[in-house]
Each structure stands twice: as C-alpha cells, then as structure tokens.
Design a protein around this ligand. Structure first.
Ligand code: HEM
Length: 432
C-alpha cells in the first residue's frame, strides 16, 4: 500500500486518487527505478550536453530566452529535415511507383512536417515577449552571428526546392558563410545537387494516369471545356445591361482568358517558366489540375491530400518568414543592419515574395480550375481505373479513349493496392 497522503480511508478513496476521479486501483503502486537497473532519462537524452549549451554573453535575463528559442528551432529543423529526407527517399524510386503503404507513410510524414512548421510559426510569439530595450542589452555581443548562418535552414530550403536563381540578390551568396566549414559546404553542395522535393513531385505528377493523348486525353478534353466556358463567359459579359458594366466584365474576361490560354499554350508556359513565374513542367501542371478536378475519385484522394500538404508546407514557411520579419522590425526597426551584414528588415521583407514559394504552381492552381458543370465527365474506363476496386480486365472492344491496359497500380501516383505483380508491371511499363 502506498504511503501517499492522499491514499487510505482518511482521504475517502481506496486507490490513492482524489474521490471520484476514476483512478484505477493500484495506479499509485510501483517502484521508483534508478540507474542501477539501466540507462536513465538524462543519459538517454544526453541532457548534460543539451542543458549545458546555453552560454549567455550578458547578464540580461531575456538572452536566456533568445538562446533557448533558437536552439529549439534548430532541433525542430533537424526533425523536419529528417522527415523530408524520408519523404524524398520514398519518392525517389526508379519506377516512381508509390504503393499504398508508402503513400500512407508519406502522408503521415508530410502531415508531421506540417504540424512542426505550425509550431515553429507560433513559436515566434514567445520571443516577442522580449522588449527591444532588453534585446539591445545583449545584441552587441552577437555580431556577426546571425540566423542567416543557419546551415539547417538552408538545407531545408534546398531540399524543398528553393533554387539559387530564385533567391534575392543578397541571398544568392548564402553559402559563403560556410566557407571555413568543409562539412557544411559539402552538405550544402549535396543539397543543391540531389533532387529536391519539388523536382520529385514534378516527376511524379508527370505520370498522372489519364494524361496520355491516346488514353483518356484529359488535356484535350480540358482544352475543349475551357473554350466552351470562355465562350459562355464572354456572352455573359457582353450581355451586361450597361456599357460600363460590359466594359468591366469584358476586361475581367480578357484577363482570365489570357491566363487560361497561357496554360493551354506550351510556348506561353515555357516563357513563364523561364521568368520564374511558373515552376512545374506543363505536363506536371496538367497532372496537378487533373488530380484536383477529380479529387473526389477514390484513387486521387491520397494524391490530392499530398498536394494539399505541399501547399501547406510552403504556406507555413512563408508565414514563418512573415512572423520573423515582424519580430525583426519590432526588435531593431527597419533601418538597422542585421548582425549578419544584410540590410536587416529590408532584406528579410524581400524574401516574402513568390520567388521563395517552391510550390508556387499549386498556390496558383485555382486559376486553372473550372466550375463543376464544365469538368469533362470521366469515361467508363477512366472511372473504373480511379475507383478503389481492382481495375477491370483490359478492354477488348473499340473504347478508343481507354485503350491503355497498363495496370493502374503502375501508373497512378500514390496508388493503393501495391501488389508485387503491379510493381513488376510498373517496372516493365514504358514511360509515357
Ligand atoms: C530578436 C530576434 C531576432 C532578430 C532581431 C533577428 C534578426 C535577423 C536578421 C536581421 C536577419 C537577416 C540577416 C542578417 O543580416 O543578420 C535574420 C535572418 C535569419 N534569422 Fe533571425 N532574428 C531573430 C530571431 C530569429 C529566430 C528565433 C530564428 C529561428 C531560427 C531566426 C532565424 C533566422 C534565419 C533562418 C535567417 C535567415 C533568413 C533568410 O536569409 O531568408 N531568427 N534574422
């Protein structure tokens, strides 16, 4: 029997809990184990190292918070990179076949990254409790140390797909700060060389089933649907009651038509890619539109969730950048240089632009969405390929839009039901 003061008849509970708290009998029993029986908590976590790593350079109390906050960020960056590497490995297969187990695992890891990033966005608030006057007390000791020198932040950017040419000018030479550290330089170079998540996602989207012209020919059908929609919308604009209303509606229609035509014309798309205003290849963008328009089809459900988490990741990193910029302005204003040598607030503000959105095309995807009534209906064959049930036997008749008999599992991104046979078929299937 426990000697806890809350236990026993006097406390009105037979098991040690407060009356009525529903505690299970024996919940307070048990032995307190010590290091004689094995490794202890502090050893396992190496807390001696972690908790002695807060070296204050001033006697300002808030410097402690400043250090802890940065260290907590770096630990979470480490975890995000760990998850991101795992996701990239899952994508980076020879045949690009994602079986159900892998796609579920991938979604789990991606959702975890999203949750960590949410935490990191909010964590800025804690540092906002520091006053600029307190920060001023120890800031002078920091120079030239700066978050600009965070190796893990750069690895994270590179592994996601922030490419050198998209960085703003000051940031293009970011690797120079690691000059004296061979291991850091090697890690940076590897992260620039290896396929980033954005590139892997692009390759995966390019194989979305239904894109092939000899098959469902989604893009041919989409093009026709867009043309019908634009004609209807132009008629509606011309039917406006007043001249001013007509002019406004037509101007709006023209803008929208130009945007939609830019995705229908490979040349226009290529021009936008060369200016960095679009990132994905046209085929990958088509895959993303296809998945999004038919996301209610069972086999597109996971791919659609995946696209959503990618947008979430980009969105949260942009939010972190925004929160960080606001923190910086609150702490040092908009005129002081950063301890790392940049223009400070002004430099950081420039990193909020679309240049740093890795999945920019997913953000802009709604530009290419069309109302449900214009979405091309699925053919019988395509519908059955996108259903959960196993694909039907290859068509024998003259169903000319479904004459591709490659098994779905070999062609559907994140497709479920990964049998060994499907994987073998996938390996044998020619690339579209
Ligand atoms: C009082 C709080 C903070 C101030 C005043 C501050 C200030 C700055 C400044 C001025 C820069 C621009 C580079 C330079 O010239 O130094 C910068 C960059 C950066 N800081 Fe902070 N920072 C603060 C907190 C944090 C925290 C908590 C983190 C978390 C890891 C962080 C991470 C970064 C990163 C990753 C960059 C590089 C951003 C980029 O180049 O896109 N900072 N910071």
């Amino acid at each position: 029997m426990s000697s806890c003061v809350y236990s026993g008849a006097g406390a009105g509970s037979g098991s040690g809990g407060a009356p009525g708290d529903g505690e299970v009998p024996g919940a307070q029993d048990g032995e307190v184990l010590d290091g004689n029986v094995g490794m202890m908590y502090a050893d396992y976590l190496q807390l001696d190292k972690v908790l002695s790593a807060q070296r204050m350079l001033s006697d300002t109390a808030d410097e402690h918070l400043f250090i802890i906050t940065h260290q907590a960020y770096e630990l979470w960056f480490k975890q995000v990179i760990f998850e991101l590497d795992a996701v990239r490995d899952m994508f980076n297969t020879e045949d690009l076949v994602l079986d159900e187990t892998r796609s579920l695992e991938m979604l789990r890891r991606m959702n975890r990254i999203v949750l960590i990033l949410k935490l990191l966005v909010d964590q800025v608030m804690i540092l906002e409790t520091m006053t600029p006057l307190d920060f001023m007390e120890f800031r002078k000791h920091l120079s030239p140390a700066s978050g600009f020198q965070s190796l893990q932040f750069r690895l994270l950017e590179n592994k996601l797909g922030v490419r050198q040419e998209y960085r703003v000018k000051y940031n293009q030479n970011y690797a120079a700060v690691f000059g004296g550290d061979a291991a850091a330089v090697e890690a940076i170079e590897r992260s620039e060389r290896e396929p980033a998540l954005a590139e892997l996602v692009q390759r995966w989207l390019e194989r979305t089933p239904g894109l092939e012209a000899h098959d469902f020919d989604f893009w041919g059908r989409y093009r026709a649907a867009v043309q019908t929609m634009l004609e209807d919308q132009r008629r509606d604009a011309e039917a406006q009651a007043t001249a001013a209303g007509r002019a406004r509606a037509l101007a709006d229609w023209q803008r929208r038509a130009a945007e939609l035509r830019s995705v229908l014309s490979p040349e226009a798309h290529a021009a936008l890619v060369s200016r960095g205003e679009r990132r994905f290849s046209l085929r990958a963008l088509q895959g993303a539109v296809l998945i999004t328009l038919y996301s209610d089809q069972p086999r597109f459900s996971q791919p659609h969730q995946l696209l959503t988490t990618l947008t979430d990741i980009d969105s949260l990193i942009t939010k972190w950048r925004a929160n960080h910029v606001l923190l910086v302005q609150r702490m040092i204003g908009s005129a002081q240089l950063g301890t790392g040598g940049s223009s400070g607030y002004q430099y950081l503000r420039s990193t909020l632009s679309d240049r740093y959105k890795v999945f920019l095309d997913l953000f802009n995807l709604s530009t290419f969405l069309i109302p449900r009534r214009y979405i091309p209906p699925l053919s019988e064959g395509m519908r059955s390929r996108l259903s959960v049930a196993p694909p039907p036997p290859p068509p024998t008749g003259d169903d000319d839009d479904d004459n591709d008999d490659t098994p779905l599992d070999a062609r559907c991104p994140a497709s479920p039901a990964a049998t060994a046979a499907a994987a073998a078929a996938a390996a044998a299937a020619p690339e579209p």
